[in-house]
Design a protein around this ligand. Structure first.
Ligand code: ADP
Length: 972
């Protein structure tokens, strides 16, 4: 059976029907260029009648741009190619074009072509739309501004869609008009009239193509502008052959910002896909604008932020400088106020006047504190504050800091205690003044905000690494506490936990801000733990270098105190704990009692056990029977006669002192007790030669220097002249006043002064210049007069500047008597001469023990140690001088003589000192030969001095030996 069985071959009708029903356009064309036969699909697709199509050469219907290619294709068929496939555009009856895809075969022998054409316009349009969209996306991705992107967008759309002209319009909201931003046309077309008409125009909403797009906020398509009544550019468009048009909005958030329009020479049939695509290009552009806006806004924001930062920094700097200048200016008159008040208080005045002056002084002191705070704060803010890097003793610094607050604590009836753990290294390198400032501030606050209970400072090491230690300080109080939500805030400048704080407690809210900054500078952190109503603990850490491993532990108390039985009587538990730990560290044997009753019980027990206490440390103020009552009871017991009593009193209770003396108490100490003082007191009361009661702090007012010094005072300000003169006189010195640096220089050259107090800022020749000139002059005399600088600057670097300028000491304004006194003592001690003193011993004496001791703050042990070192060392130094003279080495002579002069200086040995100075000068002047004689004199002087010193150390040693012996007896 064949496959076709059951079917007859197609008849002619079958074939005609087949052709007529085909949706593809089928044709038979002659090689003469005319269609010969067409199926009905042609009429349907292009809109022409069959007759119209058959009557004209088919190339007439081809798009002008495709004609050439179409002819070339036909020629290649004529040349013998059998089959073909190609695409071209055919014009429809309505003037529009359709893309046709041709396939066919040639029957050369018949002179005909059989061909089939398919309408591929939808596919072609889709491709063009995609190409346009893609091109626009790429342009926008690469563009940085819309203005830069606009011509490229117009070009991309025109080229992709085969449109001739494009323009973009901007909405001008103010004028309510559209303005042309840019117009573009295919390079092959020069429609300058239409271009000009477009660029020159504006459109109101609803007018023309752009106006309609704007008004409707959607795409608008015009099939043929020639037929459109709302197209003001119609005439010129028609003249230039433009017909189809499409416009669409650029939308940002639903608002029309602009309009894009495109024109084609061809009539445009409504095309939903094209409109959709244009809409999507419009919103793409909108998004681009939005993004750019956001970026620009961000850029503007960042720029504004940067500007604001600059402005703020500048403002902060200006403010800080202003504060620094202002506080500097205020310090000068403050100098006079505080100084004059201090002087007034030392005169004979009525009680009422004293009250007034006391009030003035405390206000002035408060003001000065505030000014110092402001200065500190502004220095820190202006980043002008740098920390010192000097060696210091932890205990001394901390205990001194809290001692200044003892009086305040006492007035409020608070216990103030300081507990430095023994693991804390003692010798540190850092900035003791700034550490002290933080401690004073925190402890001061604790006292201020606590009405009853105690304030305890404790210090312990947190970590150690490579010769550094991080210490943890904690200040605990039992005061008002701080609410949780204020605990961060209070570390900010000018902030207080409660707005009523200033009224109730005073203060500025600067203290913690400064402390925080200082702690930051010290490489630590500060924080607080607090419960309102329960109290607060302020913690801070700070890093220091450890000075010298040998000095890490507190001084060893020595064997004779080992196991010393000591009774501690104090109602405050913290104090008891601290004292117990301190005494235990010294290997003593402390027993603590919390009140007089317990103390008496412990005492009886110790006597009964035949192991009585040697020392009792008692708190003067305790509930029930106080310290004095307890002493009276102890004194009544004959078995207690040998026991040494040390009363711990609070600062500012002069009646306590006199009661101690009346009751025959061995010594009394002011709380908070300094470890070193407690140690000294215990040692001294146990020594056989009982010393007068140790009093701490040492009473002020009476001059500590036994010598009356001739002082040259250089100061230009009349008030300050008077003030400093009074201060010096009160310290027992005599002042000669000059008004500027030049006069100071002349006076220093002419007169014999022991000391110069030199204001740094003076007209004509300032303190630095004057000092330099004096030091220059001294090169010719070999003298060195101590110069103490007085400056109103309290800035870092001033001290170094003064010392570098050749000054020996430094006090800052406002001058405090105590500061001046200690600067003078130090400068004179450093100089080490015992000359010119009206109260110094007779000229003939080798050494003046009293003068030496006064230079060493009365420290006999130090004197003995120094003497021992000197006696052992000086022969080597003398030998070095001799070698230098023998070798004629002037520099070596100068160095050796300088070193010896320094050693001799400690002992106020005038002649030896002068001879050493002379040798040093000879060395400096290169005059080695003349040194021989001086060397002989020096040798004689030194051997006399050594003899005296040996005697001195023998006496001391004897005293010590006796003391040890009697200690042994006592402890046995
Ligand atoms: P000032 O004490 O001058 O106001 P500070 O900066 O030293 O400034 O302290 C800021 C605030 O922190 C204080 O006003 C107070 O409200 C709170 N404060 C500080 N220390 C304590 C404390 N020990 N107990 C309770 N409140 C405190």
């Amino acid at each position: 059976m064949s496959i076709t069985s059951g079917f007859n071959p197609p008849t002619e009708d079958d074939l005609r029907e087949f052709l007529d029903l085909s949706i593809d356009m089928l044709c038979i064309a002659g090689v003469d260029g005319y269609f010969k036969h067409l199926n009905p699909a042609w009429e349907k697709t292009l809109g022409y009648s069959k007759e119209e199509l058959l009557s004209r050469p088919y190339v007439d219907f081809v798009h002008p741009e495709d004609r050439e290619a179409t002819i070339a294709e036909a020629e290649s068929l004529a040349a013998g190619r059998n089959t073909f496939t190609f695409e071209n555009r055919y014009r429809c009856k309505d003037g529009s074009y359709k893309w046709l895809r041709w396939t066919g075969a040639v029957r050369a022998e018949k002179g005909v072509i059989y061909a089939s054409a398919r309408d591929i316009t939808p596919r072609k349009r889709e491709e063009a739309r995609l190409a346009a969209q893609h091109a626009v996306t790429r342009v926008l991705a690469e563009a940085s501004t819309l203005a830069g992107a606009t011509p490229q967008i117009l070009q991309a759309v025109c080229e992709s869609l085969g449109w001739e002209v494009g323009a973009i319009w901007r909405v001008d909201k103010k004028e309510e008009l559209l303005h042309c931003v840019e117009a573009w046309q295919l390079p092959s077309h020069t429609m300058s009239d239409f271009d000009r008409a477009t660029r020159a125009r504006t459109f109101a909403g609803g007018v023309g193509l752009p106006g309609r797009v704007w008004a409707r906020a959607e795409a608008v398509c015009i099939e043929d502008v020639a037929l459109d009544d709302n197209f003001p550019r119609r005439e010129v468009a028609v003249k230039e052959g433009l017909h189809g048009a499409i416009g669409f909005p650029i939308l940002v958030g639903g608002e029309v910002l602009g309009v894009l329009e495109f024109f084609s020479r061809q009539i445009q049939k409504p095309d939903a896909r094209l409109l959709e695509m244009m809409g999507s290009i419009g919103s793409q552009i909108g998004q681009f604008i939005e993004r750019r806006h956001a970026e620009n806004a961000l850029r503007v924001y960042a720029r504004d932020l940067e500007t604001a930062r600059h402005v703020a920094e500048e403002a902060a700097r200006t403010k800080s400088e202003f504060l620094a200048n202002m506080s500097h200016e205020i310090r000068t008159p403050m100098n006079a106020i505080i100084g004059m008040t201090e002087l007034g208080l030392q005169t004979k005045i009525t009680r009422e006047q004293r009250e007034y002056l006391d009030a003035t002084k405390s206000s002035a002191d408060a003001l000065l504190t505030l000014i110092n705070d402001l200065l500190d704060f502004s220095k820190i803010e202006a980043r002008k504050l740098h920390l010192d890097h000097v060696g210091f003793k932890l205990r001394d610094t901390v205990e001194d800091a809290i001692r200044v607050l003892a009086l305040r604590a006492h007035h409020k009836g608070l216990e103030l205690a300081c507990h430095i753990r023994r693991e804390a290294p003692e010798a540190l390198v850092g900035d003791p003044l700034r550490l002290r400032q933080v401690v004073v501030n925190l402890v001061g606050n604790a006292i201020k905000f606590t009405d009853r209970g105690e304030v305890v400072l404790s210090v312990q090491p947190e970590s150690r690494l490579n010769g550094n230690v991080r210490l943890h300080f904690a200040v605990t109080d039992t005061g008002i506490g701080i609410p949780a939500n204020k605990q961060q805030l209070i570390f900010e400048a000018f902030s207080q936990a409660d707005s009523s704080t200033t009224r109730r407690y005073g203060g500025t809210g600067l203290g913690l801000a400064i402390s925080k900054q200082l702690v930051d500078l010290m490489g630590g952190r500060i924080w607080v733990e607090s419960q309102p109503g329960q109290g607060s603990t302020f913690h801070f850490t700070a890093a220091f270098e450890i000075q010298n491993p040998a000095m890490l532990q507190p001084d060893s108390p020595g064997g004779r105190l080992t196991d010393l039985p000591v009774l501690i009587v104090d109602d405050n538990e913290t104090n008891r704990r601290i004292l117990e730990e301190v005494l235990t560290n010294w290997h003593m044997h402390p027993v603590a009692a919390d009140g007089s009753a317990a103390a008496l019980a412990a005492l009886e027990k110790s006597i009964a056990e035949n192991h009585p206490f040697k020392v009792i440390l008692l708190d003067a103020h305790m509930p029930g029977m106080d310290g004095f009552g307890l002493v009276e009871r102890i004194k009544q017991n004959p078995q207690c006669r040998g026991i040494k009593l040390v009363m711990l009193t609070s600062a500012g209770q002069p009646e306590d002192v006199s009661r101690c003396q009346t009751l025959g108490i061995s010594a009394y100490l002011t709380k908070p007790v300094k470890q070193s003082e407690l140690f000294d007191v215990i040692v001294s009361i146990l020594s056989p030669r009982e010393q007068p009661p140790s009093v701490a702090p040492r009473p002020r007012g009476a001059s500590r220097s036994t010598r009356r010094l001739k002082v040259l005072l250089a100061e230009d300000n009349a008030v300050n002249q008077m003030l400093a003169t009074r201060f010096l006189e009160n310290l027992g010195h005599h002042a000669t006043v000059v008004g500027d640096g030049r006069a100071a220089l002349e006076a220093a050259r002419a007169g014999r002064f022991d000391l110069i107090v030199m204001d740094v800022q003076m007209p004509d020749m300032d303190g630095f210049e004057a000092t330099a000139a004096i030091r220059e002059f001294e090169k010719t005399t070999g003298e060195h007069i101590p110069i103490i600088a007085v400056t109103a600057h309290a800035m870092k670097g001033d001290r170094e500047r003064c010392l570098a300028a050749g000054m020996d000491g430094y006090v800052s304004k406002p001058i405090r008597v105590a500061d001046l006194e200690s600067a003078i003592t130090q400068a004179i001690a450093a100089k080490g001469t015992g000359d010119a003193g009206s109260t110094s011993k007779a000229e003939g004496c080798i050494i003046d023990e009293a003068a030496i001791l006064s230079g060493m703050d009365g420290n006999r042990r130090l004197l003995r140690d120094l003497a021992r070192i000197f006696v052992a060392d000086y022969p080597k130094q003398l030998a070095e001088i001799k070698v230098a003279i023998q070798m004629g080495d002037a520099e070596r002579l100068r160095r050796a003589a300088h070193a010896l002069r320094g050693s001799v200086g400690n002992f106020a040995a005038k002649r030896a000192f002068e001879t050493a100075s002379e040798l040093e000068l000879l060395g400096k002047n290169g005059d080695v030969h003349a040194a021989q004689g001086a060397c002989v004199v020096l040798e004689g002087e030194l051997s006399l001095l050594a003899g005296e010193l040996k005697k001195l150390t023998m006496i001391s040693r004897g005293r010590d030996a006796k003391r040890r012996k009697s200690d042994r007896k006592r402890l046995a």
